[in-house]
Ligand binder design. Structure first.
Ligand code: SF4
Length: 380
């Protein structure tokens, strides 16, 4: 398959892994921002191919994981109304709120539906004019253009029974927050290729300069990730801190101007609370006032929402690269995909779900490695 098979070529991957081993002279810690990259790393055993001391830590780029519990509770309350059809991507249904999840609302008779696009939810609103259709607009810059388009079309086509519950978050402020933390151990980033396909990477250039960190825009296949690591290590070893683009087959420096214009038409930058992490100024998107009539929070004034409860979930530390899923005492015991205590065990981009799926039994997806050099433990 074009643009897939050639990026899973084990011989090519082995060559890049060997090249990384050749240029690495010191221990380095690199964060992959996106949960999709985390899954690829764990699934294909990419971290096991790296030289000892070169550590990949997992970042906050799982949109389901960082959606604050207050918004999950709001979704549950709205979805419980008789007049509402609540639409969401599938993995939001299992994310625990303060007392239950959206799946429990569905089980008790709520009309909660899985859709694959916000435009599907908009079409549903047109077919069901007697119902209020609400779409849970979750995600990073990647999903914002489609969500913006749905709201734009609802307004301009007069679909008054369509609204969105907005939980959008932005990547650069989160990276800035990680780098500014006194506990930071991240020395370089693999930036999320799909986010940059929309936004370009000019926003990352001041971050690289200000914090003196290399940032490599990176794709999602094994060879992409290994090449991203190689470019990042090369910069670290040479004392450079620049933005480089490994994912040039998809990403341009300026991004997708049409998609950015649609996002700017509908959304404005706002503060956002990240689940497990806390408030990050300017790290979210909110509907502009001219689209406020499509804001579910304004359409359905909510009762006082429960505050976040304390749990044993250490998702915040995992999302900031401080700990690994297997450091969590609940991992695989009290917390499983069937009975999750936190969002990272639920989401298809969650780090805990990746470790649960691919690391609990002997690995079967490792890319073979040619040649020598001590590694983090992959079978040769
Ligand atoms: S294993 Fe479960 S409880 Fe532990 S950090 Fe992951 S999601 Fe939270």
């Amino acid at each position: 398959m074009r643009f897939v098979d050639e990026y899973r070529d084990s011989d090519a991957a082995a060559e890049v892994a060997t090249a990384i081993g050749r240029i690495t002279t010191k221990p380095w810690t690199i964060m992959e921002v996106c949960g999709g990259q985390t899954h690829a790393i764990v699934r294909f055993g990419i971290d096991q191919l790296l030289p000892k001391g070169l550590t990949l830590v997992h970042g906050p780029g799982c949109p389901v994981c960082v959606t604050p519990i207050e918004l999950i509770d709001a979704a549950i309350e709205i979805a419980s109304r008789d007049d509402v059809i609540f639409c969401s991507f599938g993995d939001m249904l299992r994310v625990p709120g303060s007392s239950r999840d959206l799946l429990a609302v569905k089980a008790s008779g709520g009309d909660v539906r899985i859709v694959y696009s916000p435009l599907d939810a908009l079409a549903l609103a047109k077919r069901q004019p007697a119902k209020q259709v609400v779409f849970f607009a979750v995600g990073f810059e990647t999903t914002a253009p489609a969500n913006a388009m749905a709201v734009y079309r609802a307004r301009h086509e007069g679909v008054d029974n369509f609204s969105v519950l907005v939980a959008h978050v932005l990547v650069p402020p989160a990276m800035s927050s990680i780098l500014a933390s006194p506990n930071n151990r991240v020395q370089g980033f693999l930036a999320a290729g799909h986010v940059c396909a929309v936004m370009g990477y000019t926003e990352y250039e001041p971050l690289a300069q200000c914090f003196r960190v290399p940032i490599v825009v990176t794709g999602f296949e094994p060879l992409d990730i290994l090449q991203g690591v190689y470019l990042c290590v090369k910069q670290l070893e040479n004392g450079r801190a620049e933005v480089e683009n490994q994912y040039a087959r998809t990403v341009r420096r300026e991004g997708n101007a049409q998609a950015q214009a649609m996002v700017l038409e509908v959304f404005e930058v706002a503060g956002r609370t990240w689940r497990g992490i806390g408030d990050i100024p300017g790290s979210g998107l909110a509907l502009r006032p001219r689209y406020a009539s499509h804001d579910a929070l304004q359409r359905f004034p909510l009762q006082q929402l429960a505050q976040s409860r304390d749990t044993e979930c250490i998702a915040g530390e995992i999302l900031l690269g401080g700990k690994n899923p297997t450091d969590c005492p609940a991992f695989g015991a009290r917390c499983t995909p069937e009975h999750p205590l936190g969002a990272p065990m639920v989401s298809s981009e969650g780090a805990c779900a990746a470790y649960y799926r691919y690391r609990r039994s002997p690995p079967t997806h490792y890319l073979p490695r040619k040649g020598g050099g001590e590694t983090n433990g992959a079978p040769r």
